[in-house]
Design a protein around this ligand. Sequence first.
Ligand code: ADP
Ligand code: MG
Length: 323
Amino acid sequence: MAREPADEALPFDDEPAPEVAPEPAPRKRRSRRKAEGSTESRTRAASVDPAKERVRPIPEPVNLRGHGPARVLALCNQKGGVGKTTSTINLGAALAELGRRVLLVDFDPQGALSVGLGVYPHQLDLTVYNALMERRTTGEDVLLKTGVSGMDLLPSNIDLSAAEVQLVGEVAREQALARVLGPLLPRYDYVLIDCQPSLGLLTINALTAAHGVIVPLECEFFSLRGVALLLDTIEKVKERLNPELKVEGILATMYDARTLHAREVFSRVVDAFGDTVFQTVIARTVRFPETTVAGEPITSWAPQSPGAAAYRDLAREVLARAD
Ligand code: ADP
Ligand code: MG
């Protein structure tokens, strides 16, 4: 049997695969179907929830005897609004609930991570920027405790945008964040870096300081656009700056199992990336925007909510992957 053109489609191909033996259909209907992805994914996703289908038991995390050295994970996607900051806060809080010591790094000049933890970035005297740019300021000097026991924060504000320009002229400009984090690693089990939505020098610094990358991906058709470029950048950093770096996992966010569209996008992501995709998916719910206003993680704002449960599952998956 001849292979269907849909099978040949590249994972990152934004152009939907051509329809096989298209039947004459009204114009409107066809264009909607065209935007909905490959025939294969469509057929499968039409009948089942592809996220539920993949769920397997997650191993119970072990109790720790001591702490550190930390595993550093960068939450990275150059697209904005895909759930990087939300995932950094809530994965961090869920890891802390499991007894891990966690350091969150706000590495976006917007300071959304800091705000999401109830910190007002414009009122800060010292931020990550100072630790990056000034010899006499250490990460320790900048460190803040959060409302979550066991979870600390290196906050940021708009000052950090200047670092992007100022670092260009520095020696070892890609290693600036790694230098700041180095002395802190023995005290923590996880460091999570919330990246800004770009692949500029700050993000390269995060990738250079990290052991692994978590890529939050919104379950929406155009979200696949740009993932190839991101993976390419990760590969280059690995070759040139940080041989240890790996893609820790791809996290599907803002998933709405009721829509065929989200189910299909998720199927395509799994077709393309297989087991790299976390089985935990983060559903779309208004509880997350609420937590930003509250300035705390969902695990304490709405501890019994499905969103809190999802980030707890993700934390257990992340722990299982590090073993
Ligand atoms: P990023 O850091 O990638 O720009 P954010 O985490 O800030 O993305 O999320 C963008 C917006 O979407 C925020 O207003 C956030 O509250 C909201 N959001 C994040 N995750 C979800 C979700 N699972 N369901 C609904 N809204 C979400
Ligand atoms: Mg963000």
